[in-house]
Design a protein. Structure first.
Length: 189
């Protein structure tokens, strides 16, 4: 009896039929998770590129004077309006919903170029927060006291949500905010 049990166990241990199926059952779920991860991180990277381009388009469009005779605070509102409209149009062209944007935490820019635009200066921060896209105009692009020529510009920044779908991970159904910002030198026409 012992010999037959021993010979049976030895025969089963030496058997290799079905090993490929067991290996595939162990490896395929891991490969599937890796492919899902590659896909979703690729989607996030694509959306990040689209919102960065939208911020750049907005900042570029906001730096051109919207009318030749505008001065004062109204001209700053015009710059901000041009920037927001261009940003929203770029988001729509990328098939992203501009209504999902949020104001992102912005950095305060040192501003000595304000006197050339308006007097008294507008309060620091975003020009129009109701549109969920932060525009700051004018901002100083060069470091103060660096001896460089003073360059004034515009900043556009916002956040856009992205939701991962990676089952069995901590990222499953998690909303991640992708931030976009751009700064461009003001044009003098």
């Amino acid at each position: 009896m012992r010999n037959s049990l021993r010979s049976t166990l030895h025969r089963l241990g030496a058997e290799v039929r079905g090993a490929e199926i067991a290996e595939a059952a162990a490896v395929l779920p891991l490969m599937f998770m890796m492919l899902l991860g590659i896909f979703w991180f690729g989607q996030a990277f694509s959306i990040y590129g689209a919102i960065t381009r939208a911020a750049q388009e907005g900042a570029r469009a906001g730096t051109f004077p919207h009318c030749a005779t505008c001065v004062g605070t109204d001209s700053l509102t015009g710059f901000a309006t041009n920037a927001v409209n261009a940003t929203q149009n770029a988001l729509i062209a990328s098939r992203l919903d501009p209504n999902l944007t949020q104001i992102s935490p912005t950095q305060a820019f040192y501003n000595t170029c304000i006197s050339s635009f308006v007097n008294p200066p507008p309060p620091p921060g975003c020009a129009n927060t109701s549109l969920k896209i932060c525009t700051q105009v004018p901002i100083q692009l060069t470091t103060p006291n660096s001896g460089a020529t003073q360059l004034c510009g515009m900043s556009v920044s916002f956040q856009y949500p992205f939701q991962f779908w990676l089952p069995f991970t901590s990222l499953n159904k998690q909303r991640v905010w992708l931030s976009a910002s751009a700064r461009v030198r003001m044009e003098t026409r």
